[in-house]
Design a protein around this ligand. Structure first.
Ligand code: HAM
Length: 377
C-alpha cells in the first residue's frame, strides 16, 4: 500500500494503470492510498527513504509478491497477481540491461519453457524523446476518426501511449507510425547498438520491436518484454527496462536504474502446460503395530523427518494390511514395520519397495542407509 501520488508520478497520469486500473481508497483522514499495481515505484521509494544510495549507490534487489490491477479478468490476467521483480540501481551501462535479459532467458530455459521470444526497443532519453513525441503527435493529428476515445484525448498529452493501445482500430492506425528508432540521438543509438551486439554475443535470440513502448511512463532507453504464444491474448511473461530519471523525480539523487518483473501466474501456467511435473514420493513409510509400536513409530518418524528424511506414517492404528496399502499409494521408497520386537532390540526390517529386498537394520542407522540407497538411483 502506498500513497496514490507515488504511482501517479512514477507510472504516469495518462497510463491505463493509473487512469483505470488502480485500487485507490481514501483512508480515515481522507488521504488517498493505493494497493500497489507494480513494485518498481515502491522499491524506488524505499531506496530513497532509507538512503540506501549513501553507502554505495550500486544496489540490487529482488522481491516476490502480489500486485493489484483492476483489469478485466481472463486467462493469464488477474486482479491480484504475483510478480518476481529484479531491480539494479547505480549502473549506467546498457550491459546490465543485457544481463537482465540474459538472466530472464536463462531462467525460462532452465524451467524448460521453449515458446518465448525476447522483444527489445529503445525509448530514447530526455534529449531525443521530445522530438519523437512531436513527430508522433503530428502523425496522430491526421488520424482523428480511427482512434479510440482515450487515444484521441492522449494524443496531445502523451502520444506514446497510443502506440501501446490494445484497441484494434488504434493498432491498425499505428502501422505506419514513425519509429522511435529513427529519432534516437547519437548517444542513445550507440547505447542500443551495444544492447543488440551484446545480446548477439551471448547468443540470445531477440526481435527489435519498434512498437514496444511498455505501459508505464518511467522508461528511458532499453525496454524489453519476453513474449509467448502460449497464453492466448496475454503475450507478456515478463517485462522491464531502464528508468534512469525516476529516482531523481521521486526526490532522490540522480542514480540510473533498470529492472524487470516476471508475471509469476503466467510463468506457472506456461511451465505447467509444457512440462508435467512428477509428484515426489516419500523416502520412508513407517507402519506400526500395537500401541507401543505406534508410540515408537511416532517418535522415530519425527526424528527422521527432522534429519531430512521424508517420512510418513499412518496415525489411525489401522491393520498392517491397510498401512501397507497406504505406503503403496504414496509410492514410498522404503517401508519399515515397527512392532513389539523392535521396541525391545532397537532394530527393524527395512524393505526397499523398488527392489523388494529386505534388511534388518538398527533404527539409529536408518537415515544413513536410506539416503545412500536413494542417492545411488
Ligand atoms: P508490467 O509489464 O506492467 O511491468 O508487468 C510485468 C509482468 O507482470 C507482465 O509481463 C505480466 O507477465 C505480469 N502481469 C501484469 N499484469 C498482470 C495481470 N493483470 N495478471 C497477471 N499477470 C500480470 C511492470 O510491472 C514493471 N514494474 C516491470 C519493471 C521492473 N520495470 C523495471 N523494473
Amino acid at each position: 500500500m502506498e500513497r496514490t501520488e507515488l504511482f501517479a508520478r512514477s507510472i504516469g497520469e495518462d497510463t491505463d494503470i493509473v487512469e483505470k486500473e488502480m485500487y485507490t481508497f481514501p483512508d480515515r483522514k481522507g488521504d488517498l492510498i493505493t494497493l500497489r499495481p507494480e513494485a518498481t515505484a515502491s522499491i524506488v521509494r524505499a531506496y530513497i527513504q532509507h538512503r540506501m544510495y549513501a553507502a554505495d549507490p550500486v544496489q540490487k534487489f529482488y522481491t516476490i509478491g502480489p500486485m493489484f490491477r483492476r483489469e478485466r479478468p481472463q486467462k493469464g490476467r488477474y486482479r491480484q497477481f504475483y510478480q518476481i521483480n529484479a531491480e539494479v540501481f547505480g549502473v549506467a551501462s546498457a550491459l546490465i540491461d543485457v544481463q537482465l535479459i540474459f538472466v530472464l532467458m536463462t531462467l525460462l530455459n532452465r524451467l524448460g519453457v521453449v515458446d518465448v521470444q525476447a522483444h527489445v526497443n529503445s525509448l530514447g532519453c530526455p534529449d531525443c524523446r521530445p522530438q519523437y513525441r512531436r513527430a508522433l503527435a503530428d502523425y496522430l493529428l491526421e488520424l482523428d476518426d480511427s482512434l479510440c476515445k482515450d487515444c484521441r484525448r492522449r494524443r496531445e498529452r502523451n502520444p506514446l501511449r497510443v502506440l501501446d493501445c490494445k484497441v484494434p482500430s488504434c493498432r491498425k492506425a499505428m502501422t505506419d507510425a514513425p519509429s522511435i528508432l529513427d529519432h534516437l540521438c547519437a548517444v542513445c543509438r550507440r547505447d542500443f547498438d551495444l544492447v543488440r551486439e551484446s545480446l548477439d554475443s551471448l547468443g540470445v535470440g531477440y526481435v527489435t520491436d519498434k512498437r514496444l513502448v511498455r505501459g508505464l511512463d518511467y522508461y528511458t532507453r532499453t525496454t524489453f518484454e519476453i513474449q509467448t504464444g502460449a497464453l492466448g491474448a496475454q503475450s507478456a511473461v515478463a517485462g522491464g527496462g531502464r528508468y534512469d530519471g525516476l529516482v531523481k523525480v521521486l526526490g532522490g539523487p540522480d542514480v540510473p536504474a533498470t529492472g524487470f518483473a516476471i508475471g509469476l501466474d503466467r510463468l506457472a501456467e506456461i511451465v505447467g502446460q509444457q512440462k508435467r511435473l512428477q509428484p515426489k514420493s516419500p523416502d520412508l513409510f513407517v507402519a506400526a503395530l500395537g500401541e507401543e509400536g505406534q508410540r515408537l513409530a511416532f517418535l522415530w518418524s519425527n526424528r527422521w523427518n527432522e534429519q531430512g528424511l521424508w517420512t510418513e506414517m499412518d496415525f489411525g492404528a489401522k491393520s498392517l494390511k491397510s498401512q501397507m496399502k497406504r505406503a503403496d499409494k504414496l509410492d514410498a521408497n522404503f517401508v519399515m514395520i515397527i512392532g513389539d520386537n523392535e521396541i525391545k532390540d532397537g532394530a527393524a526390517v527395512l524393505r526397499n519397495m523398488k527392489t523388494k529386498k529386505q534388511v534388518r537394520i538398527e533404527l539409529e542407522k536408518i537415515v544413513e542407509s536410506v539416503r545412500e540407497t536413494i542417492q545411488q538411483h
